[in-house]
Design a protein around this ligand. Sequence first.
Ligand code: SAM
Length: 349
Amino acid sequence: MNIRQQTADGGFELAARPRVLIDPFARAITYLRVSVTDRCDFRCVYCMAEDMTFLPKADVLTLEELDRLCSAFIAKGVRKLRLTGGEPLVRRGIMNLFASLSRHLQSGALDELTLTTNGSQLRKYAAELARHGVRRINVSLDTLDPAKFRAVTRWGDLDKVLDGIRAAQEAGLAIKINAVALKGVNEEEFVGLTEWAHGEGMDLTFIEVMPLGDVGAGRLDQYLPLSMVRAWLAERFTLTDIDYRTGGPARYMRVAETGGRLGFITPLTHNFCESCNRVRITCTGTLYMCLGQDDAADLRGPLRASEADDVLYAAIDAAIARKPKGHDFVIDRRHKRPALARHMSVTGG
Ligand code: SAM
């Protein structure tokens, strides 16, 4: 891989491979999640307010800038790249970014190129994603009840998402369904979702709702600890913890009755920061070293300051040196405001 570095006379030379990213707690940063747009065709009640104001297009990195930023992290040791959003598949020209990033899969610099999607555009894009080297995808789906689906997503159409999932299966993509556990919404569906996902040959992960952004609803009204979900599922299924890991925060178990894998992401009841290997970039080039903290570093300035990558590398190094030990989300009656002002759609879930 060519690493460009500016010389004293303003020219460029090839530099040695940049240092890999190790944070102050000796964690190697090998996983980058990039929000390619803050826009979405859904308005999930726990994620966005209905009347969201989106960023002006001029503030958002171009696809070429996103490629350069991702490539800089790959040069610094990132092995897994996830595009997210907003909804990544509503970004115009997004297949060009997948196509260009796939060169890192071909060179062996990257182990995995993937995305998190609401599934609404999969019928259109699944085959092309597979052609660009995507092998596994995460699809967010909280309920199989069409009316509830519409209520949770405000604008979504369940049939379209299910058809998108079929298209992804036809294209040979492995699918993991992510479902946020929502009190009063899908608590009666945990068994049904498990049977459906596993029956379709898909993994399923439940996620605790996180206090990110003001969404116009009390978090206490939405929050369900996954310890309770597990207890309910255990009344019906035989659950055995397994060592399977995908490089993410989920802890997995095997469901004996379905033969499938079930994951739990529990940022509130069990903080998973000690093994954190990831950082996140917004579509404006802001690097968040922790999903649950406000500290961030601007990478758009360094990216645009010079065509050479050394300024960018220095900014990335300085940011990783500030990666905090962890977050501490709290949802209780004394914490009525969101723990963080920014929505999940900004940082990318
Ligand atoms: N649009 C894509 C999708 O629906 O998967 C990608 C972005 S979305 C922000 C990524 C994931 O974050 C989704 O699974 C969504 O359910 C989850 N999410 C959003 N807000 C959340 C919150 N406050 N707590 C927990 N999960 C959240």
